[in-house]
Write a protein that binds this ligand. Structure first.
Ligand code: NAD
Ligand code: DAU
Length: 357
């Protein structure tokens, strides 16, 4: 059995990846996570007696500690999910994005390089550093432009996107210069179980269930390409196993929707699953002040991973959304814990100045 050092494994995608890796016996897991506001060990509760899963609370920027973990556990791969990930927070306060996404990734690469250079040649050949990135590095598209390919030039527009673009460039440079066996994946918007409700889909589901306003930025016409998180995790595992070293792979859900469509779909489903006698959920939709620099459209061309590795998304947006809504309705203990404390401060900070009516 292989061993993966997963960073950011207490966050949304990292935790889904770890749960899937342990359930499907992909690998033993060492999880290194700083436990920022977005990290949640409750998501991983089912692994508490799993002897092949270990958790360490630490920063990816802690060079000496990461070196220690690598030497101690001799992983076959590092899978880097750790990041500050919310665009709106990056606009309010970019500092942590630069620190973790740029400086942290650099330190993680340094620690990994030092470990990898000391491996015997055969282990060096098999080792992989997989960096999880985003389609936002490619900038924004018009409604009619072709989707982003791996050749699309980087034109990041938010502090978050710029910090992720920087980290992608560092990963690329460590392969080119030191021959570190890297892989980079650039994916579209993920959704599914365990997503922190600052992001559009879980925020809308939970607000609607509580009869609260559903904030839609600007006109709601901005388009995202929705990828079910488990499809994303399967793609990452496949890229780890079969991806060409030094390459990047785009991963998308082939489900482009504008934000208003997404919110309206959630409302229609909740009208059936949780009907309200006095109102339709869509009456809660509230158009609010737009995100500064709001990218109009993201769309991923994922033909490379389909063609070369045989991956394709298994979930349609309708089936994935239904699973996601059912999950949030059935996991109220997880939701209540997440929404207590600092979460409320963010909601006040982000929406108080936006909601005008
Ligand atoms: P998330 O915000 O839910 O989780 C991030 C995790 O990283 C948290 O557990 C947090 O505690 C941890 N972390 C933050 N700073 C750290 C540090 N300095 N050291 C160690 N751990 C740290 O994010 P997510 O949605 O799970 O995204 C995971 C990765 O995927 C990120 O790199 C993100 O940029 C990328 N991505 C996400 C999406 C999406 O739609 N969610 C889409 C494309 C790419
Ligand atoms: O494209 C990949 C990216 O997707 C990832 O790299 C990011 O980590 C992830 O957070 C996500 O970024 P977005 O900004 O696209 O996701 P978010 O859920 O914040 O917003 C989705 C769309 O919905 C976006 O156009 C803004 C809009 N929105 C968002 C919120 C939170 C609203 O209209 N209202 C809201 O309250």
């Amino acid at each position: 059995m292989k061993t993966f050092l997963v960073t950011g494994g207490a966050g949304f995608i990292g935790a889904n990846f770890i749960l899937r890796a342990r359930r499907n016996k992909w690998a033993n897991i060492i999880n290194l996570d700083k436990l920022t506001y977005a990290g949640n060990l409750q998501t991983l509760a089912e692994l508490q007696f799993d002897r092949d899963y270990k958790f360490f609370q630490a920063d990816i920027g802690n060079l000496e500690f990461v070196k220690f973990l690598l030497t101690e556990y001799q992983p076959d791969a590092v899978v880097n999910f750790a990041a500050e990930s919310h665009v709106d927070r990056s606009i309010v306060k970019p500092d942590d994005f630069i620190q973790t996404n740029v400086v942290g990734t650099f330190q993680l690469l340094e620690a990994t390089k030092s470990y990898w250079q000391n491996l015997p040649p055969q282990q060096q050949d098999h080792f992989r550093f997989l960096h999880v990135s985003t389609d936002e590095v490619y900038g924004t598209l018009s409604f009619t432009a072709p989707a982003f390919t791996e050749q699309t030039p980087y034109t990041p527009n938010s502090p978050y996107a710029a910090s992720k673009a920087s980290s992608d460039h560092l990963v690329r440079a460590y392969h080119h210069t030191y021959k570190l066996p890297t892989l980079t994946t650039n994916c579209s918007n993920n959704y599914g179980s365990y997503q922190f409700p600052e992001k559009l889909i879980p925020l809308t589901i939970l607000n609607a269930l509580e009869g609260k306003q559903l904030p839609v930025y600007g006109s709601g016409q901005n388009v995202r390409d929705w990828l079910y998180v488990e499809d994303h995790c399967d793609a990452i595992n496949l890229v780890l196993a079969e991806g060409q070293v030094g390459e990047t792979y785009n991963i998308g859900g082939e489900s482009e929707k504008n934000n208003l469509e997404v919110v309206e779909k959630i409302c229609a489903i909740l009208d059936r699953l949780a009907p309200q006698p006095d109102f339709k959920h869509s009456s809660l939709i509230t158009f609010v002040k737009d995100r500064p620099g709001h990218d109009l459209r993201y769309a991923i061309d994922c033909n490379k991973i389909k063609r070369e590795l045989g991956w394709q998304p298994q979930e349609s947006f309708d089936s994935g959304l239904m699973k996601t809504i059912n999950w949030y309705m059935s996991n109220t203990a997880w939701v209540d814990r997440v929404k207590s404390g600092a979460y409320q401060d963010w909601i006040t900070q982000n929406y108080a100045s936006r909601i005008t009516s």
